[in-house]
Write a protein of this length. Sequence first.
Length: 118
Amino acid sequence: QVQLVESGGGLVQAGGSLRLSCAASGRTIRSYGMGWFRQAPGKAREAVARITWNGVTYYADSVKGRLTISRDNAKNTVYLQMNTLKPEDTGVYYCAAGDLSAGTFSYWGQGTQVTVSS
């Protein structure tokens, strides 16, 4: 079992930055693909960034050039650096661990709220 805990969310003005962290416990995430997802009010949850076990990254078109996913396996932690934030980035951000090639995520965190004011 992997437990995931997100942190770093908050309220920020448009154009600002936030850094989200996802701390894992229970077992190492070294062999897992990791992802950050977000769910805006009234919308379905969407993947915004993913990183393979060996560091290959993928991004949603809407966040390319502004969000950066990274991982520190020694700290069992995944990060999401969020720059040039927009009001449409508002939502609950979730961290997940799983198999990117299969497109399945078995473990999820509880989420952290990000609110971007205009």
